[in-house]
Structure formats: C-alpha cells, structure tokens
Design a protein around this ligand. Structure first.
Ligand code: NAP
Length: 346
C-alpha cells in the first residue's frame, strides 16, 4: 500500500525528515546481531522489536549450546546481553511493530503499529518464526486454560499435575524435560516411533523417570471439563488407526514453527513454506532489503546460526550503503536505477 507520500521519521508532522541508513525489523538473536554490527559500522541503526521481544529464545529456559557460555544461561538473560551489547554501540531500539515496508519507492518507508513512519535506505528483516498450531478442535478454546506453547512461561502452573507434550523435535523434548520440574508425569506424544530431537536430549528424556512416550500417535481433539479447563486429549494411532483418550491437565504443543512473513507477502519472494528467500549474501529479491534468522532459515534454526546470519546481513547492508554512497545515491526515486541482483537466487 504505497501512497508515495514522504514520511517523516519517527513521525509526527513536525519532526525533521531524516532518512535512516538501516532499519532492523525484529529483536531475536539475528536482529540484535544485525543491530550490533551495523552500529559498529557507524550506521546508527534503528531496531524495531516487534511484538515478541527477544524472539523464541526469550521463552527458552536454558541455552546450553551457544558458544562462550560453558555453563549455559537462560534465554531471557542471553537476550538482555545481546540487547545491551547492541545498544552499547549505538543501536536505537523502538518497542513497536512493523506493519508495512514500502519497497516501491526509495528511500523505503517502514510503517509501524503505533502510526510511525520511517524512511530508510536499507532494511534487515529478522522477523523470526512463531509456533505452529495443531489445528484440532479444542486447541483455540483451551489456549491459556491448559493448552500452552511455552513450558518456560506456563510450567509453573502445572506443579503436581499431569501434562502431555505434543511433538518429537528438540523443542518438545527440551520443554518436556523442563516440565518435569513441576509436573508429576510428562507424556510426550509423537506421531512416529523415532524422535527428531538431538541424541543428547533423547538420552536425557529416556533417562528421566517422569517422562513417558506415546509413540505413533496424533492428537485429534483437546477436551475440557465443566470449569472450561483441559481434561484430556483424544488420540489416534498413526499405524493402526485406533482411537484413544488420555486424561491430562495440560497440553504443551511443540510441533515446529512458521515463519513470520505477514509483512512480506506480495512483494518478497517466499519459498513454499513461507520463508523469505535470500541468496548466500542474505539479499532478498528487493535490493537493499536483507534478511537473517528463522524468517529465511529453514534448515539450522539455532541461536548460533541466527547470530551468524544477522552478522552477515549487517555486513552486506553496510556494503550496499557504501556502494550507494559511492554512486551518490543515484535513482533514489527509481529503484531500478541501482538494482543489482547478480547471483540472486529466487
Ligand atoms: P522441529 O524440529 O521441526 O520438530 C517438530 C516436531 O513436531 C517433529 O518431531 C514433527 O514430527 C512434529 N510435528 C510437526 N507437525 C506435526 C503435527 N501436525 N502433528 C504432530 N506432530 C507434528 O521443530 P522444533 O522442535 O521446534 O525445533 C525447531 C528448530 O529449532 C530445530 O532446528 C531444532 O534443532 C532447533 N531447536 C534447538 C534446540 C536446542 O538446540 N537446544 C532447542 C529447541 C529447538 P516429525 O518428526 O514426524 O516430522
């Protein structure tokens, strides 16, 4: 929805028009790293956090595989350290949500939920991903009443209770292990008879007395009691088709994530799963717009890889801006004048 009007940064009509060098969209590990690197490159970046401040790692109880922290640290602690480091070098942080990136004109215009508009020469998209839903009856109805997507946030409420976890990846097993701190029993329901989770997590889960596995099973419905709280899950055996019911107080769902691409639809090239497509230099199909983290990564999805991608995207944005400056910002009103897309994979 580009209306072609000139934005005034940070907005109000009275504020001085000022074009940002780079706006980072998102505040997960890739976003803060992009902020850090562009700040150290003297680009005075603006980072707009989005609604899920810190991204997925901020709801992770313990991060044990991020190098440099041999004793591990909590997700929120890591996020705060990343934020502090990005700010230390000058990243400006706005707690707001980007609703639109206007790419049909240069500079780009970034609009936010609070009604602000920013002009910017480049953008680094780090919008991450959100939990995938089961899409079964009862899931929406009982969310917050026994259905949860975050063990770290809600585990405490299940002290002395029975819970089930749905999924077989790292998240399901890691969160299942975390939930044993509170629940009397944690049953992990997986649609196959083999976990996708890493071996180290598998070993821990198999060794934990409170964890049981329900193999070859999917949840077909979440049921509730008279008080409107979860009472159990209806299940189906994926091999025999046999239907069943497991009584439980809580259902924790960890069946993967979907890229947060709402903002990008229609103007950016996305793959079949909705990830933003970039080339090896983190460039999207729109010159001047780069991406990092789980919005573009469908393979690795680790804090360490997101950080690396954020760094790479920032370095490319810096190079893009330096090239623009060398050319005296040609064609700022017409992006086609300085479009360079060699090597772009779309
Ligand atoms: P994931 O690896 O994609 O695993 C999703 C799991 O949910 C799979 O076991 C999958 O079954 C199952 N599943 C998917 N759709 C389902 C459905 N509709 N019904 C029932 N089950 C369904 O997702 P994740 O566990 O969230 O992990 C995402 C990424 O983050 C991974 O790369 C992971 O390594 C990383 N991560 C790392 C750590 C860590 O290193 N400590 C912690 C958390 C996450 P199938 O196996 O049959 O496909």
């Amino acid at each position: 929805m580009s209306d072609g009007t000139i934005a005034t940064n940070g907005s109000g009509k009275d504020s001085q028009p000022q074009v940002e060098n780079v706006i980072v969209v998102g505040s997960g590990p890739s976003g803060f790293t992009a902020g850090l690197y562009t700040a150290r490159a003297n680009l005075n970046p603006l980072l707009i956090t989005g609604n899920d401040y810190g991204g997925q790692v901020s709801i992770t109880y313990e991060v044990e595989n991020y190098p440099g922290f041999p004793d591990g640290l909590s997700g929120p602690e890591l996020v705060e350290k990343m934020k502090e480091q990005a700010e230390k070098f000058g990243t400006r942080i706005e707690f707001d949500y980007v609703t639109e990136i206007v790419t049909e004109r240069r500079p780009f215009v970034v609009r936010t939920a609070s009604g602000k508009e920013y002009e910017t020469k480049s953008v680094i998209v780090c919008t991450g991903a959100s939990p995938r839903y089961l899409n079964v009856p009862g899931e929406k109805e009982y969310t917050g009443r026994g259905v949860s997507y975050c063990g770290t946030c809600d585990g405490f409420f299940f002290r002395g209770k029975d819970v089930v976890v749905v999924g077989g990846g790292d998240s399901a097993v890691e969160e299942g292990l975390f939930l044993t701190k509170f629940a009397t029993r944690v049953r992990i329901i997986h649609r196959r008879d083999e976990l996708r989770a890493s071996k180290i997590l598998q070993h821990r889960a198999f060794a934990n007395d409170k964890i049981e596995f329900v193999w070859n099973t999917v949840v077909t419905e979440i049921t509730g009691d008279a008080e409107g709280k979860v009472s159990g899950v209806k299940t189906k055996d994926t091999v025999t088709g046999e239907e069943g019911f497991l009584e439980t107080d809580g259902v924790f769902i960890f069946i993967g994530h979907l890229p947060n691409n709402e903002l990008l639809q229609g103007k950016f090239h996305l793959d079949g799963d909705g990830h933003l497509i970039t080339d090896s230099k983190m460039r999207t199909n729109v010159p001047g717009v780069f991406a990092a983290g789980e919005i573009m990564d469908k393979v690795f999805k680790q804090v360490a890889t997101s950080v690396g991608q954020g760094c790479a995207a920032a370095m490319q944005a810096e190079k893009f801006l330096a090239d623009l400056e060398d050319e005296g910002f040609p064609g700022f009103e017409d992006p086609r004048e300085f479009v360079r897309v060699e090597g772009m994979v779309v």
